[in-house]
Design a protein around this ligand. Structure first.
Ligand SMILES: NC(=O)c1ccc[n+]([C@@H]2O[C@H](COP(=O)([O-])OP(=O)(O)OC[C@H]3O[C@@H](n4cnc5c(N)ncnc54)[C@H](O)[C@@H]3O)[C@@H](O)[C@H]2O)c1
Ligand SMILES: [Zn+2]
Ligand SMILES: [Zn+2]
Length: 393
């Protein structure tokens, strides 16, 4: 089959790889019909090379049709239409029982001290072949796949794999008080979906980014937008809009590759050039994140407010202004999304034909897999109006 494979820094290639096969009795194989390209894939593309092996199949936002099931699969049938969550989780361990699916104890990665495995996401997360491919092996098939109805186009349900539950969790964790104001830092796919969900819940949303098309997309849906390049200091601009206090809650939807952190950017580049024996321990121990977005969040949140970090960070000793965090009495919640935890909350908004979250108009590009190398580059560079790419293998 054809699949998008990591070959080196900024080098994704579509290659012919062996078809996946059933390995365990509760495995299923799905034929992928749509599969998203995510900001998290850009971290593999750009920074997390030390944890990748050339040939790794990437992608973690797939949906499709069940092609084959193992002998132990009883509640999924060939032909079912399914979305596959990015967390590879068993559904019956202690963590899964708490709804902490991204911490599943059956798939935690002890060698790297990390949580549950993810599809297509480096040795840190199990090196499981990913979903930007024609076919995907799905473990725990009695639990993991989300069955979705026939009828609407794939995009109605596709974002249940990651964008929707991730953004839903970010808004939940932000704990915005009734009538409160949420600041969303970063208006990529995740930040914009956070804003859509928060507005659906009736909250006031301010959003900040630096890409003009992204600002106007969010503005057209009712977000009060701030252009990072124009405002200078985000905290001051937000205080001006909130009686001098700051936002009740802030979501950091940027993560480790924030614009405006020149020293860390040089560090990330240097780590990427080192041999793996040196770069892997450096990535795990050193502070290598670009922190500009998180610093904006810490400055712009009001005293006693909440920061919800959904952007991915990877450094172990990043400098944090603890004095400010302590003095302002800030609460912080963060982590990978527990996808299945939120599906029942989100599904009614997707089966509603009025499409309240606008998911059918969310993607900007629907492309064949063969165009993946250019799509990665355009998404990284934010060129060609690239916002959310969906591959249709
Ligand atoms: N926690 C999870 O489970 C989870 C799941 C999916 C994605 N993510 C993470 O969410 C983040 C966003 O993902 P995405 O798909 O929206 O990617 P993206 O890269 O398209 O979005 C990031 C946005 O932040 C903007 N930005 C950069 N620096 C900024 C700054 N200093 N201030 C304000 N805006 C800035 C960029 O212009 C861009 O629009 C990534 O870190 C991704 O890895 C986390
Ligand atoms: Zn994703
Ligand atoms: Zn589990």
């Amino acid at each position: 089959m054809k699949a998008v494979t990591w070959q080196g820094k900024k080098d994704m290639r579509v290659e012919e790889v062996p078809d996946p096969v059933l390995k365990e009795p509760d495995d299923a194989i799905i034929k992928v019909t749509s599969t998203g390209l995510c900001g998290s894939d850009l971290h593999l593309y750009n920074i997390l090379g030390p944890f990748m092996t050339p040939g790794d199949v990437v992608g973690h936002e797939p949906m499709g049709v069940v092609e084959e099931v193992g002998s132990g699969v009883s509640n999924l049938s060939v032909g079912d239409r399914v979305v596959i969550p990015f967390n590879v989780c068993c559904g019956h361990c202690w963590m899964c029982d708490q709804g902490l699916f991204s911490q599943c104890e059956t798939t935690q990665n002890h060698e790297y001290g990390t949580g549950a495995s993810f599809f297509g996401y480096s040795k840190l997360y199990g090196q499981i072949p990913g979903g930007q491919a024609e076919y995907l092996r799905v473990p725990f098939a009695n639990f993991l796949p989300i069955k979705v109805p026939e009828g609407p186009i794939d995009d109605r349900f596709l974002f249940l794999s990651d964008v929707l539950p991730t953004s839903w969790q970010a808004v939940e964790y932000a704990a915005v008080p009734d009538g409160g104001t949420l600041l969303v830092v970063g208006l990529g796919p995740i930040g914009e979906m956070c804003a859509r969900i928060a507005m659906h819940k009736g909250l006031r949303v301010i959003g900040v980014d630096l890409v003009p098309e992204r600002l106007s997309r969010s503005q057209s849906r009712g977000v009060e937008v701030l252009d990072l390049k124009a405002v200078g200091n985000v905290g001051d601009a937000v205080r001006d809009m909130t009686d001098g206090r700051g936002a009740d809650s802030v979501i950091d939807a940027v993560g480790m590759e924030a614009h405006g952190s020149p020293i860390a950017a040089i560090g990330q580049t240097m780590v990427g050039l080192l041999p793996k024996s040196v770069s892997v321990p450096m990535m795990q121990k050193a502070g290598v994140d670009r922190m500009a977005a998180l610093y904006s969040a810490i400055d712009a949140v009001r005293r006693g407010g909440t920061i919800s970090i959904i952007g991915v960070y990877g450094g172990q000793s990043d400098p944090l202004p603890l004095l400010t965090l302590f003095d302002k009495q800030v609460q912080i919640r963060l982590g990978q999304a527990n996808v299945k935890r939120w599906v029942d909350d989100i599904m009614p908004l997707l089966t509603d034909d009025s499409d309240p979250l606008g998911v059918e108009q969310f993607a900007t590009h629907r492309l064949p897999l063969a165009e993946a190398p250019a799509a990665y580059k355009n998404f990284q560079d934010k060129t060609e109006g690239t916002f959310k790419v969906v591959f249709q293998p």
